[in-house]
Design a protein around this ligand. Structure first.
Ligand code: GRG
Length: 294
């Protein structure tokens, strides 16, 4: 298996799916649709859509069936980044190597572009899988639960509260990151399985693998914030220490954080090994994310 070539193929497919499912440029109101496209087209690693496609592929779904699900999760992820960057949250100027949406447009437009991407994701799922009501329900359930008040948004709320609480414990931090970061990564793998009609237990295993991968991903994110530079990351580096934020690095130090990341990556690999079929691409992706520098 040529990992780099396969990753490239999935990424290209994800880019096409995003284009196919974004509203056309010039749709009225043009400013709103421009802002939605600006943030989506800024790129990024496309980890979540790649996971949807790779999980669907693992269960031999025709890949075009996974395109709308891959686009939908990236729309939600992008909305969460736009809102996270707003002055009322992280107040950041740089994202995906470009000025953040509220810098490029204005705060109200950025807020609305995020809202619109969030809503658009669910509309696209409902519109794309109408011929398979069980798949539609499964996807809406998975994404709604991952992105809602008990996981992505709840994790963001708890993260904001923890910023002001220097007594955050390692268990509390793990729980925040399970919600804020790992839920969407877990949902990506599960949605690929759902599109491909994987069995319920297999979807559960995909979700478990995703949770561990998501935790490893977040720990690496904390390490990169402390060790990498802004140009490489495409977003402001060193923000956590500046805000004295509770992170894996602050709680455990860089060396122990790396060990924890390895532990979560290993648990993700163990979950993948319980799945049928050739999981070598997903396993290589777990290794690649652990070794990433952005
Ligand atoms: C505002 C509802 C709401 C949620 C915000 C995504 C998020 C939650 C905050 C962004 C800050 C952050 C460090 C989140 C943890 C998840 C994470 C590492 C997001 C960045 O994902 P990448 O690295 O980004 O996959 P790209 O740009 O590559 O897609």
């Amino acid at each position: 298996m040529d990992f780099t070539a396969k990753l490239q193929t999935y990424r290209q497919r994800a880019e096409k799916a995003l284009q196919e499912h974004l509203p056309l440029a010039g749709t009225r109101p043009a400013r709103l649709h421009e802002a939605m496209r600006y943030s989506v087209e800024a790129g990024g690693k496309r980890l979540r859509p790649v996971l949807v496609l790779a999980a669907a592929d693992l269960f031999s779904a025709p890949l075009f069936r996974a395109d709308a699900a891959a686009a939908a999760i990236e729309f939600i992820h992008t909305y969460s980044l736009i809102h996270d960057d707003l002055p009322c949250m992280d107040n950041d100027d740089l994202r995906r190597g470009r000025p953040t949406a509220h810098k490029q447009f204005d705060e109200a437009t950025a807020l609305l572009a995020g809202d619109a991407l969030l809503t658009h994701a669910f509309w696209k799922l409902a519109a794309s899988y109408g011929d398979e009501p069980l798949v539609t329900t499964g996807l809406l359930f998975e994404l709604g639960s991952a992105a809602g008040s008990e996981r992505l948004i709840g994790g963001q709320m708890e993260d904001l509260l923890a910023e002001k609480n220097s007594a955050t414990t390692p268990d509390e931090l793990r729980s925040i990151h399970l919600k804020k970061t790992a839920a969407m990564i877990a949902a990506s793998l599960a949605m690929g399985g759902i599109v491909a009609h994987a069995k319920r237990e297999e979807v559960d295993t995909l979700r478990q693998a995703g949770e561990h991968l998501g935790l490893a991903f977040q720990i690496i994110d904390d390490i990169l914030d402390a060790t990498a530079d802004t140009a490489t990351l495409g977003k402001t580096a060193g923000k956590d220490a500046k805000a004295d934020k509770t992170t894996y690095v602050k709680l455990h130090g860089i060396k122990a954080a790396r060990t924890l990341a390895r532990k979560e990556s290993d648990a993700a690999l163990a979950a993948l090994a319980r799945l049928p079929g050739d999981t070598s691409f997903l396993a290589a992706l777990v290794h690649d994310m652990a070794a990433r520098n952005r």
